[in-house]
Design a protein around this ligand. Structure first.
Ligand SMILES: [Zn+2]
Length: 323
């Protein structure tokens, strides 16, 4: 939102207040533990001077793949990172479905979250059935507010999977509404509009992904691979398109499958670094930028706050000081 838009919002709110339309906002109580629920009236994460980052992925594995590295890096610096899966993943397997699969996939991402040092929530919406409804827009808006987010990340709305697309749409639909006091008045609006980011993808139509921010994840790559190895239903057993042949039958087969998983993801993140090498050099300098092996990339959405280069460095405190 542009500054003037926030300013006009303030004027409107002020006039309404002067006219006797009281703002009955709920008291903000310090949470003993980070808020992890998605309905109204839940505590807001108190502002402790650290960054709040919330990422929405469509399935229980998407956030971990796209931002598991930078998530761990923020978390190591004491910032607050939350991953939200907008569906419960309950059709994402070739041989099981429904409640048992949803529970299994929740357990997998909770185990991954422990390794990465992030908070994870899986919304109880059926896999393959996410729609950009008003109800879901309110859920996403409240979650962003409750996390007191400085940064919000999601898929781009150009993607092969409908759940990915609509997760991107839901983030876009919240990008202005998080500051509007009379939408979801049970959850206090954000005072400062976050920066909204898209995670990287390879889709070309109507426009390809643009890497505005590329982060080296070399310092945490083994941890990220450890976290991804927890998501066995997808990366060992093959998810919806897998088969019984993929399930390891012996300890040796399991070890080999985990090794394949690690190498496949390692080369995927190395490909991200190679693809956006110019941006890495711009952000890290020539020598360091050339040495980065694995990376994660993000595009700035034009609907939220537009960060200056200095603010990008404050929000991503991983780049070397500029001379
Ligand atoms: Zn997905």
């Amino acid at each position: 939102m542009r500054t003037w838009q926030w300013f006009s919002l303030g004027i409107v709110a002020g006039l309404l207040a002067a006219a006797g339309f009281g703002f009955a906002q709920p008291a903000v109580e310090p949470a003993e533990e980070a808020a992890v629920v998605s309905f109204a009236g839940q505590p807001v994460r108190p502002d402790d001077g650290k960054l709040g980052i919330i990422e929405f992925g469509a399935h229980p594995d998407d956030c971990e793949i796209r931002a598991g590295g930078v998530g761990a890096m923020w978390s190591d610096l004491g910032h607050h990172v939350k991953f939200v899966s907008t569906t419960n993943g309950d059709i994402g397997h070739w041989g099981m479905a429904g409640g048992p699969l949803a529970k299994r996939r929740n357990a997998e991402v909770q185990a991954a979250a422990k390794i990465l040092g992030v908070t994870t929530e899986v919304l109880d919406i059926h896999d393959g059935e996410l729609m950009p409804t008003l109800e879901n827009r309110k859920i996403v808006t409240r979650l962003i507010r409750q996390w007191n987010a400085d940064i919000v990340i999601a898929h781009r709305p150009n993607d092969y999977h409908p759940d990915h697309r609509y997760t991107g749409v839901l983030m876009q639909d919240s990008a202005y509404m998080v500051g509007v006091p009379f939408l979801c008045p049970d959850t206090p609006p954000l005072k400062k509009n976050p920066v909204f980011l898209y995670s990287a993808d390879r889709f070309q139509t109507p426009v390809p992904f643009r890497a505005d921010i590329v982060v080296s994840i070399d310092g945490v790559i083994e941890r990220k691979l450890d976290a991804l190895a927890e998501i066995e239903s997808q990366f060992i057993e093959g998810g919806a398109m897998g088969s019984a042949d993929r399930v390891p039958k012996t300890a040796a087969e399991k070890k080999a499958a985990v090794e394949r998983l690690r190498e496949s993801f390692r080369s995927r993140f190395a490909d991200t670094a190679d693809r956006y090498r110019d941006k890495l050099i711009e952000l890290y300098g020539e020598a360091q930028g050339r040495q980065v092996r694995c990376a994660e990339a993000f595009e700035i959405c034009e609907y939220g706050r537009q960060p200056s280069p200095e603010e990008i460095r404050r929000l991503f405190p991983f780049f070397p000081e500029r001379n």
